[in-house]
Design a binder for this molecule. Structure first.
Ligand code: COI
Length: 355
């Protein structure tokens, strides 16, 4: 159990007036959570302080060797005005899996969740009121040693910031168009693909630039060894419904084990819809499209929620999915998940945690 010292701001910021214009991660709440780690001493100085910049030496490890990990979560306001989180212990556990791979110290999951709850409680007025908007929570950890030697640091800072946010994609629930990357790779066995480390995202940006130039919003990554099997989209896991079965890439080290991904699989199984986590060749996806059997494609993620995909482009071949309409299963998953998250549906899965 953390002993969290709380210092409230004396200059509260004005909250966003028009929640329809929030965008994603553009403005931040009044406070942030900080906690520091020193080897031999452990985590110390857990505190909630006014949100703002902090000073760092230019030789701080994270600037040079990218020893950094993060998480993405949301706090939702229910119609009765209650605030709730969605499966926060899953984020705490995944954070520690990332920490382990990056040689960083773990945080006891109960302390991680306590810190998130405490910050959201202090900033509860920042949780948006309107449909589809939520308080996006970004826990992250950076190496804070000062020096240019290459080694796992002995000092770290864990921080949590919060951003009242709307839809991740400007398209909202309109299908996004996706470019299948056939040159660069995002992950390979033994690397960091299963973690949420900033480096994964840094290395992916070149492909996003390429996709944008071609008029696509995001990149779908193929496996790093054979460039053959579908893995994930930049900020989402990806699902394909082909001839009645829903496929998604297995989480065997190269794909992020998404909390929304796992929740969708659990819901699909509960509804009796066949789900396959076998590796799926991109060639099979394109063939299914041409045979009229590619019924739905959608991405899942905390930020993106459930995002229908309307088009895939692979090596000059284009798959148009469901006439650019949101598919039935995609819609049902969206309604069920957001229904549970915003407290409009009973949480019979036991996924929500009240604050
Ligand atoms: C999330 O879905 O929470 C993410 O972290 C994805 C992205 C915005 C990097």
């Amino acid at each position: 159990m953390l002993d969290i010292k709380i210092t409230k701001t004396t200059h509260p910021k004005e909250k966003p007036q028009d929640e329809s214009k929030l965008g994603f991660g553009k403005q931040f709440s009044d406070h942030m959570f900080l906690m520091d780690y020193t080897a031999g001493e452990g985590w110390h100085d857990a505190r909630i302080v006014p949100y703002g910049p902090w000073e760092m030496d230019p030789a701080t490890t994270v600037f040079h060797y990218a020893q950094e990990i993060f998480e993405g979560m949301k706090a939702y306001r229910t119609a009765e005005g209650k605030i709730q989180l969605f499966r926060p212990e899953c984020n705490a556990n995944r954070f520690n899996d990332s920490a382990d791979r990056l040689g960083m110290p773990p945080i006891p999951p109960e302390d991680f969740v306590q810190a998130v709850k405490a910050l959201v409680d202090v900033d509860r007025d920042w949780v948006p009121h309107s449909d589809g908007a939520s308080l996006y929570i970004r826990p992250f950890c950076i190496a804070t040693d000062v020096g240019l030697g290459v080694h796992a640091a002995k000092h770290y800072r864990f921080a949590i910031i919060c951003a009242p946010s709307g839809a991740y994609y400007a398209e909202g629930l309109d299908p996004v168009r996706i470019y299948v990357e056939d040159e660069y790779i995002r992950a390979a066995p033994g690397l960091t693909g299963f973690t949420k480390c900033g480096g994964n995202y840094a290395a992916s940006l070149i492909s996003q630039v390429k996709a944008h130039e071609l008029g696509y919003e995001q990149t779908l990554w193929l496996d790093g060894v054979e460039h053959k099997y579908v893995e994930e989209v930049g900020s989402m896991n990806c699902f394909f419904k082909i001839d009645g079965t829903v496929y998604t890439a297995p989480t065997v080290g190269t794909v992020l084990p998404g909390v929304t991904r796992m929740s969708c699989i659990e819901l699909l199984k509960k509804w009796g819809i066949p789900v396959s986590e076998e590796r799926l060749p991109i060639a099979d996806v394109m063939k299914a499209s041409h045979d009229g059997k590619l019924e739905e494609v959608f991405g899942t993620g905390t930020a993106a929620v459930i995002s229908p995909v309307g088009e895939l482009r692979y090596e000059g071949d284009v798959a148009h999915i469901n006439n650019g309409e949101i598919g039935e299963i995609t819609h049902k998953l969206y309604n069920t998940l957001t229904g549970i998250q915003w407290g409009k549906l009973p949480d019979d899965m036991g996924w929500t945690v009240k604050i």
